[in-house]
Design a protein around this ligand. Structure first.
Ligand SMILES: *[C@@H]1O[C@H](CO)[C@@H](O)[C@H](O)[C@H]1NC(C)=O
Ligand SMILES: *[C@@H]1O[C@H](CO)[C@@H](O)[C@H](O)[C@H]1NC(C)=O
Ligand SMILES: *[C@@H]1O[C@H](CO)[C@@H](O)[C@H](O)[C@H]1NC(C)=O
Length: 346
């Protein structure tokens, strides 16, 4: 029947149109894509990546940050990308949320969507270095993810191959933590069923490499030019007091240091932060920077991280974690150093 035939044609047309629309939109809505293109016409930008609002707000509230009037922000993938300027530099500010997964995803989104010429990551961190104090702002030369382990079976020792070591998936090159070294009563060393965990490098897939052909990275160096430039930040004046009565013992300093490390672990434990210090010579310990560093390594985008020390990662008094008193001062100091660093890029 003619009516049925016409209905069939109409249905086919509807199906085809729906399919085309779906295909052309992909997962990024056309409206968002248009805005992304509009933003990128004004690029390149400096990406400012920060873990949480506590650390981001001092920047948003700073007179140094001028948000774009045309398009203040764009939301995508559960993240808000804010556009504006810090001094003369065009910036995109994005908050990642806690820990490695969020930090990695957010940095990848930032670099996939936008024309970004470099990434400055900042925030607060635990301090594993007894030469520095709370409130000091650190700029490490390199970062490692210290949360990827091969957990060795009880009974095996340093001369035993790890599971899947022979296939190149794991290595004994970086070293290990042996749980029996942390027994309270050292005289009764019967060993420990937890045995040892061996630190592993990350598998990385740089954009200029062959897809699916892995490389490995444990330490990720920050950009050489950025690091050289950051020398000029040493000697900056930073805030010393929370209020009229609560002050740090001395004025905080900006210090370039050897290394920092990150893992999806909040460290409020002296034995472990001292271990990280002696094994890896790290100063700031946090939960995001190495993820940002690894994404920037893979995407081949210059990167640096500025982390203010807000607590002693468990080395302080047994009663409290100092972050509750000095956290806001540390967050403010990190932002002061970041904005100064951005002005040096001009
Ligand atoms: C870890 O300590 C146990 C004793 O608890 C020892 O048997 C083992 O060989 C040690 N492992 C390494 C990797 O040093
Ligand atoms: C830091 O502050 C002191 C005293 O307020 C001042 O004398 C000094 O010049 C300042 N240094 C810098 C680098 O701004
Ligand atoms: C200053 O800050 C400390 C720590 O937060 C607090 O205990 C104290 O009451 C504050 N003092 C004043 C005068 O606000």
């Amino acid at each position: 029947m003619e009516v049925m035939r016409q209905l069939a044609v109409l249905l086919t047309v509807v199906v085809v149109i729906t399919t085309i629309t779906t295909i052309s939109e992909g997962a990024i809505p056309t409206n968002t894509l248009k805005k992304v293109l509009m933003v990128n016409n004004k690029g390149p930008f400096l990406g400012l990546v920060v873990p949480n609002s506590f650390e981001m707000n001092p920047l948003l509230q700073s007179s140094q940050f001028v948000q774009s009037k045309e398009l203040p922000y764009l939301d995508f993938g559960g993240r808000r990308f804010r556009f504006g300027k810090v001094g003369e530099q065009k910036v995109i500010i994005v908050m990642t949320g806690l820990s490695m997964l969020n930090a990695g995803i957010t940095t990848q989104l930032l670099l996939a969507l936008f024309d970004v010429k470099g990434v400055v990551h900042f925030g607060i961190a635990g301090n594993a270095n007894s030469d520095l104090q709370i409130g000091d702002v650190t700029i490490p030369k390199r970062w490692a993810h210290t949360g990827l382990w091969n957990w060795q079976r009880y009974g095996d020792g340093p001369n035993d191959e790890l599971a899947f070591e022979s296939s190149g998936d794991y290595t004994r090159k970086i070293g290990y933590l042996n749980f029996s070294d942390f027994d309270i009563n050292k005289n009764k060393n019967f060993g420990n069923y937890l045995n040892s965990v061996w630190y592993q490098p990350e598998e990385v897939f740089p954009v200029s490499g062959v897809p699916e052909v892995r490389k490995h990275a444990f330490w990720v160096s920050v950009d050489q030019h950025y690091f050289a430039l950051s020398k000029k930040l040493e000697g900056m004046n930073l805030t010393r007091c929370v209020n009229s009565t609560t002050c740090l013992k001395r004025s905080p300093v900006v210090k370039r240091v050897e290394g920092g490390c990150s893992a999806s672990i909040f460290i409020d434990n002296a034995a472990y932060s001292q271990f990280l210090r002696s094994k890896f010579n790290v100063t700031p310990v946090d939960m995001e920077t190495a993820a940002v560093a690894l994404i920037c390594l893979e995407q081949e985008v210059p990167f640096i991280a500025i982390r203010a020390l807000s607590d002693l990662a468990g080395r302080g008094s047994s009663k409290s974690n100092e972050a509750s008193i000095f956290g806001s001062l540390a967050a403010q100091n990190a932002v002061s150093v970041v904005t100064k660093f951005i002005s040096l890029l001009a």
